[in-house]
Design a protein around this ligand. Structure first.
Ligand SMILES: [Zn+2]
Ligand SMILES: [Zn+2]
Length: 210
C-alpha cells in the first residue's frame, strides 16, 4: 500500500465545489464557464446575492444570471380569493411566467395566482448546473447510472476517491464535525463499488480530456 492509494476523507461537502460550473452553451452547445462576478462569492452552497456570468469558449456568448434553462415546476397552493376553498395546482415551468391560472370548482372563480418555482437538478436525463440549469459539460452515463462533476477540481477529487484502494476517515479533529455530511461518504453506491473502479477511472480520464 503506497500513499497514493490512501485517501483520508477530508470532510469535503458537495457545496465546496459549487463555486463554478462547466456547462454546454445555450447558443452553440460548446463548452462554457459559469463563474461568480463581483464581490459576493458562493459560500456553503448559498448563492444569495451572488452574480454569475456565463462565457462560452466556442462562440463567445456571454450571459448573466437571469434565465433558467433547466427543468422546473410551478406550483400554487392558496385559498380561493372569493370563497376561500383550498386551490392546488402544479405545472411544468418554462422559465417565463410566474403565475398559474386557477379555476375554483367551488364558486367558479377564475384567477391567476403567484406560483412557487422549484428548479430541478436534472433535465432530460442530464445533470444541470444550479445557476442556469444548463447541462454540465462533465457527465457521462456509466451503465445505469449517471456520472457527473461540476468542474475539473470536482472531477479530480472523484478520481482520487475512486482510485484509492483504502479510504480512511477523518484524522484531523475538524473532520469529526462534518463527518456525517461529508461528500465522500455520501457518494452514490456505484462509485464506491470496487468492481466499477477501473471502468470509472477510464471514464474520468476520458472526461478530463474534454
Ligand atoms: Zn457558445
Ligand atoms: Zn372559490
Amino acid at each position: 500500500m503506497n500513499d497514493s492509494q490512501r485517501l483520508a476523507d477530508p470532510g469535503i461537502h458537495l457545496y465546496d465545489f459549487a463555486t463554478h460550473f462547466i456547462v454546454h452553451c445555450p447558443k452553440c452547445a460548446g463548452k462554457a464557464h459559469v463563474n461568480p462576478v463581483g464581490d459576493n462569492f458562493p459560500k456553503y452552497g448559498n448563492f444569495q446575492g451572488v452574480e454569475w456570468r456565463l462565457v462560452c469558449t466556442a462562440c463567445f456568448h456571454v450571459e448573466t444570471t437571469g434565465h433558467w434553462y433547466g427543468a422546473a415546476t410551478a406550483f400554487v397552493s392558496v385559498k380561493c380569493r372569493e370563497c376561500h376553498a383550498p386551490l392546488r395546482r402544479s405545472a411544468p415551468w418554462n422559465g417565463l411566467w410566474k403565475k398559474l391560472a386557477m379555476h375554483c370548482e367551488t364558486c367558479g372563480d377564475d384567477c391567476e395566482y403567484e406560483a412557487q418555482i422549484s428548479q430541478h437538478p436534472f433535465h432530460e436525463g442530464r445533470k444541470t448546473d444550479p445557476v442556469f440549469g444548463l447541462p454540465l459539460w462533465l457527465q457521462k452515463e456509466f451503465r445505469d447510472d449517471l456520472f457527473w462533476a461540476y468542474n475539473y477540481e470536482h472531477l479530480g477529487l472523484l478520481r482520487q476517491y475512486i482510485g484509492a484502494k483504502l479510504r480512511e476517515r477523518g484524522i484531523e479533529p475538524r473532520n469529526t464535525i462534518r463527518k456525517n455530511s461529508a461528500m465522500l461518504s455520501r457518494l452514490p453506491e456505484f462509485m464506491k463499488k470496487a468492481a466499477n473502479r477501473n471502468g470509472l477511472l477510464k471514464l474520468i480520464e476520458h472526461l478530463e480530456r474534454q
